[in-house]
Structure formats: C-alpha cells, structure tokens
Design a protein around this ligand. Sequence first.
Ligand code: PRP
Ligand code: URA
Length: 209
Amino acid sequence: MGKVYVFDHPLIQHKLTYIRDVKTGTKEFRELVDEVASLMMFEITRDMPLEEVEVETPVQVAKSMVLAGKKLAIVPILRAGLGMVDGILKLIPAAKVGHVGLYRDPETLKPVEYYVKLPSDVEEREFIVVDPMLATGGSAVEAINSVKKRGAKNIKFMCLIAAPEGVEIVKEAHPDVDIYIAALDEKLNDHGYIVPGLGDAGDRMFGTK
Ligand code: PRP
Ligand code: URA
C-alpha cells in the first residue's frame, strides 16, 4: 500500500494558512502556492540517491556528491496544478514537465480528460503528479491512470490539501503511489468541496469564477 506523508514543517503550515484565507488575492495566492510547492519538493527529495564524483575546486580535486538515479518529470493536473510547477522547477530545473488536462463535471463530480502530453522517455523517469486539491480523488486517480497508461512505472502524487475520502480512493486505486500532502482536512461537503479547504483552487489561482 502506498504511504501517505503529511508535512508538518512550520513554514509550510504558516503559508498554507494564508493560502486558505478568503482575503488572500490572486497575486499573493499564486506566490504562496509557488513557495509551498518548493518547500514540499525540498522535503520530498530528501531521500534522492546520490553518487560520488570528482570536482576540481580552485584549491584541489575533491570528491563530492551529485544526484543519481532516475530523472524527474512533473505532471500538473490542469488548471490549478500549473501553479505548483515553477516552485518545483526552482529546485529541479532539469525536470521535464508533462500535462494532464482534467475538469471535474459539476453535476457528477467525475473527471473529464481533455488533454495529455508527456515527455517521450516515460519509462526512464520518475513522475510527480501535482494538484493543489485532492477532494473526491477522481481527478488524481484519472491523472495517474493516464500517466501509467503511457508507460510510467514510478509515480508520486503531491497536493496541498486533501480530504480523507479522496486519500482512501487514491490509495485503493493506486497502491503503488505515495501521496504527499501539506494538510489533511476534515471532510468533503455536499458539493464535493474540501472542508475547510481553500475554495476553488483554479478560480483563486487564475482569478476566474
Ligand atoms: C479541481 C482541482 C482538482 C480537482 C479535485 O480542479 O484542481 O483537479 O478539482 O477534485 P476531485 O478530487 O474531486 O477530482 P477542477 O475540476 O475545478 O478544474 P480546474 O482546475 O480546471 O478549475
Ligand atoms: N476542487 C477545488 O478546487 N476545491 C475543492 O475544495 C474541491 C475540488
């Protein structure tokens, strides 16, 4: 079964409070999501494998470490996942970026796929699918299906806020995928919104309604 990690880092929790705040406007919302995505990525990459290389400093040749192992691909779920990409790329600038376009049908709450584009070397990469919200779990399950269908084997899922119901759905559908969350909230409401959550992530990020 995939593991679920909830980040309790004080900086992440502090910034998340302002992301939730209804008074936070679009500009600040975007900046905060970008910062939290960076901080989460810093935590997620803690156990990345290293290998020793030689580097010539101005003083002498030294043994030093560089990242080893699989290369990364980030896959934001459109639209709101886009807001997490730059923050992640600040730490891993060589990561490739795929896209999965999904929207949640407001009546059925089921995800509808409208776009998929992934890097061509899918099998050689570790994938991190990102979306600020994991609510019913339908979008995350569908996005991970999409990435797996195209050959990805090694996948993580990262979000800012999750509902317990959605976490269970993703764990059941994709037991091989670890889930990284900044905050695990209380529940879903009757409209499938996370309580207390932050409202509609896409609308808050892009200033739409
Ligand atoms: C939001 C959010 C997730 C999805 C989560 O996107 O960004 O993708 O809902 O809900 P779920 O877990 O119940 O599937 P939305 O469908 O509103 O699309 P948008 O980003 O284009 O606004
Ligand atoms: N999508 C959002 O943007 N917010 C929620 O609370 C649930 C789904």
